[in-house]
Ligand binder design. Structure first.
Ligand code: M6R
Length: 608
């Protein structure tokens, strides 16, 4: 995820910026840059690759002399990881320079507007729009220009800004992207995250949404969007650097679980426009969508599990037949493609060897391919005919959580779009589903509020040896993910079973107190799953059920129940997976395991 650091004070800025950026490296990035006021104008150096490149280019910062500057590490979203797309970005005469975290959702519209006024863009980024928009509104008052830009820009942002006319000041502003200001001894700071400045100060101000901060070497002033000054209290950071990297969370996995409402919103929002779904990156006309006769969803691990859910959603809504394949199988099984086939490859890293090979296999047969990928510029993103990015930000824990959730969202959007274009759903159903989609981030947030209850429950199962996850339809797909999450980080043997299959073998494994987790979110299948729960319960199982709010019936067949907020049945996976992630996390934590780095596993599986 992108990182921001800014400094103004009595020391040389560039070495401090490099040091601050190095503390954000753990978050993942693909390019880095700095801009420093040199006493006359603003100098800038930026490059793709690691911070080491920037250090070498500037000889540790010494070739960028000056006492105020801003730095950035970029995790590419709009535009591939290149030198030109790296931040900072200049306005036309290099007198205003900007670094940005977040996503500007209406950047295309703003870009067209600015191009119409003669502005020339050099990068593919959404950020460059901000530099030119600031230029457009700047009439000698930085605060005024920033507040005008805030009124125009939609999306999320944390910005660091330098104005050449105001060399003794740095400006920063945020909306839905974190930003802090720090008060040091001989200078002041801005940063996207505490670790970047913890070496220099522990006294920080947390900037609220739509607040602007003006930083000089000995003052920090805060303003609202209407340029009125606001008073703020500083906070003292008591964490050490490693806790600060995780923003106070004990493990990255928990931090990433908590980032899901935002990740889901970032993946969803830019594609919802005027009560419609607009996926420009899809590169398919309505005629081409109508011509799709079959979809293959190909992936590995958790990404494959999102495909299992998506099969139900695509088939149910868009009435297109879907096959879901493990990439390691697909690549060797010589599938028979018919005209109108679309192959969707789902991958967080975009580098998974089997998924990449499956993509190449499909392409070699002349089939249209679409990547659903989190890492911009990765191999699958580059090689697929089209790519739909999930905007989860970098995921550090080996066990995926937020990438999984955003992969689901990307596929819901596609399925709904296809269903609408193919006239399989009417407008009122479409609108009601959009409404339910928009509610998901808040509903996920609500479920995260239950973590103590789940931790308490998880602590009872630290010594258990076997756990079974059961469900039907989409609930089976959720079971697959719940089971994988548990086994990969807790080392407890677990299996996911389609509930109706239990009595064809697995039920013989049920003993006194075996934990069975039953997913019961699909109304038309309630009764069927309830009877499977009864079957295992009468053989001694302890049944934990995850079901929809109001389904009190379930209490007769379960020993412990977690209720989910109401949503469309096609979207329940997005909610049901949250308690399952938390359950696995707390079992692993309780067993004292390394939650983020489970044994024998790698984050990105680049070998076969
Ligand atoms: O990077 P990818 O999404 O292609 O990775 C696929 C799987 O390796 C991945 O989902 C794996 O199963 C996760 N560690 C599960 O948490």
């Amino acid at each position: 995820m992108c990182g921001i650091v800014g400094y103004i004070g009595e020391q040389q800025a560039a070495p401090i910026l490099l040091d601050g950026l190095s503390k954000l490296e753990y978050r993942g990035y693909d390019s880095a840059g700095m801009a420093v006021y040199n006493g006359k104008e603003i100098d800038m150096v930026k490059s793709m690759g690691k911070l080491k490149v920037l250090e070498e280019m500037t000889h540790g910062g010494s070739t960028l002399p000056g006492f105020s500057g801003i730095g950035h590490t970029r995790w590419a979203t709009h535009g591939s990881p290149t030198d030109v797309n790296a931040h900072p970005h200049y306005n036309k005469d290099s007198s205003i320079v900007v670094v940005h975290n977040g996503i500007i959702e209406n950047y295309m519209k703003l870009r067209r507007k600015l191009e119409g006024k003669g502005y020339q863009f050099v990068s593919e980024t959404d950020t460059e729009v901000l530099a030119h928009l600031l230029d457009y509104y700047y009439k000698g008052d930085p605060l005024d220009a920033i507040s005008k830009v805030m009124y125009w820009v939609e999306g999320s942002y944390a910005l660091g800004i330098l104005f050449q006319d105001f060399p003794g000041e740095i400006y920063a502003v945020r909306k839905d992207s974190p930003l802090i200001a720090g008060q040091g001894k001989d200078g002041n700071f801005i940063a996207s995250d505490v670790p970047a400045i913890l070496k220099y100060t522990r006294d920080v101000y947390f900037i609220e949404n739509q607040e602007i901060v003006k930083v000089t070497k000995d003052s920090l002033n805060f303003y609202n969007i209407d340029k009125e000054e606001v008073q703020k209290e500083s906070s003292r950071i008591e964490w050490d650097i490693s806790a600060a990297e995780k923003e106070g969370y004990e493990y990255f996995m928990l931090k990433e679980i908590y980032e899901q409402p935002k990740a889901v919103m970032d993946t969803l929002h830019p594609r919802l426009k005027d009560q419609d779904i607009v996926i420009e990156e899809l590169g398919m006309t309505d005629e081409e969508i109508l011509a799709v006769s079959k979809i293959y969803i190909v992936a590995c691990g958790s990404a494959y599990h999102t495909g299992v859910t998506a099969k139900y959603v695509f088939e149910g809504l868009a009435r297109i037949p879907v096959e879901v394949d493990l990439a390691s199988e697909f690549r060797y099984r010589r599938p028979i493609f018919q005209p109108g086939t679309l192959v969707i490859i789902v991958s967080q890293s975009g580098e998974t060897a089997d998924s990449l090979a499956a993509l190449r296999e499909a392409k070699s047969c002349g089939v249209r391919t679409l990547g659903i990928v989190n890492v911009v510029g990765s191999s699958i993103a580059r090689e697929a005919d089209n790519v739909l990015y999930t905007w989860a930000g970098p995921e550090i824990a080996v066990a995926t959580t937020k990438a999984y959730s955003t992969q689901l969202i990307a596929q819901y959007l596609l399925a709904l779009k296809f269903a609408k274009v193919r006239n399989e759903i009417d407008d009122s159903q479409f609108q009601s589903m959009l409404y339910d989609l928009e509610k998901l981030p808040d509903q996920i947030e609500f479920l995260l509020g239950n973590k103590e209850k789940i931790q308490h429950f998880a602590n009872r199962y630290l010594a258990t040896e076997h756990v079974f996850f059961i469900g039907r339809g989409i609930d089976y797909a959720i079971s697959l993910e719940g089971s994988l999450k548990l086994k990969e980080i807790s080392y407890i043997h677990s299996e996911a079973y389609a509930a109706g299959e239990l009595k064809h073998g697995t039920i013989s494994l049920i003993e006194q107190d075996t934990l069975v987790v039953a997913l019961v979110t699909q109304k038309e299948l309630y009764k069927k799953t309830l009877s499977n729960m009864q079957e295992v319960r009468t053989r001694g199982a302890f049944v934990m059920a995850v079901t929809n709010a109001g389904n009190k019936e379930v209490e007769k067949s379960a020993d412990y129940v977690i209720y989910l907020p109401e949503t469309n049945p096609y979207f329940t996976n997005s909610l049901a997976v949250i308690p399952l992630q938390l359950f696995s996390y707390y079992v692993s934590l309780g067993k004292g395991l390394d939650v983020d780095k489970p044994r024998n596993l790698a984050k990105s599986v680049t070998v076969e």
